[in-house]
Design a protein. Sequence first.
Length: 240
Amino acid sequence: FLANMSHELRTPLNAILGFSEIINSRMFGDTAVEKYAAYAGDINKSGTHLLALINDVLDLARIEAGRFDLNEEVFDLTGLCQEVVALMQAQGQDRQVSIQGPGESPLNVYAGKRALKQILLNLVSNAIKFTPPNGQISIELSESRSREVLLRVLDTGVGIAASDLERVLEQFGQGRHDIATARDKGVGLGLPIAKGLAEAHGGSLSLSSEQGRGTAVTVTLPASRLRQSTGAPVQTATAA
């Protein structure tokens, strides 16, 4: 753990220290405002990246200790998916990757809204990193025959080798390298966190992929998570 994290934490820290020293010492004189502004921007990016890494590590630690507070409530999962699509559009456009959400039909669930939002953000962000220009990402929502909630994120990216499918769900596991830059690859905590949050809801996360064709990540939530528009539980065949 420490061996993997030390490099990832030191990289943005070194950038923060290096660029701040340049600004503090006024290396380029008192009039190089544009250069100093650019370095300040790099410091901001490195700080944001570092904060994200720390938050990921803390979230994973809470999940593994069973101390992640889900703060469960009834909400429309379709609406949450559409919110995530809107949030990720700019990142997708930067990579020339289109992102599509589910239809308009509401699907009410009783779950941790922040946790499911984090799952979606992690999965879509991961898909963007490994999808080449002109690729597509889509979020799909459906119910299984036994009324389980199926949340899928599909991409037309580089795919994952069959031998790597289990490894990418482990901490620091990475199995796709063709598209993403070194910074994009991160530490490989996005999928393990998403998996842990799904399991905290009594659900699961699974992967299917084909190299050169894309990847589908499926989050399954138990039927007991479904709710009617009134907030009441949905009666299932097994419950009746």
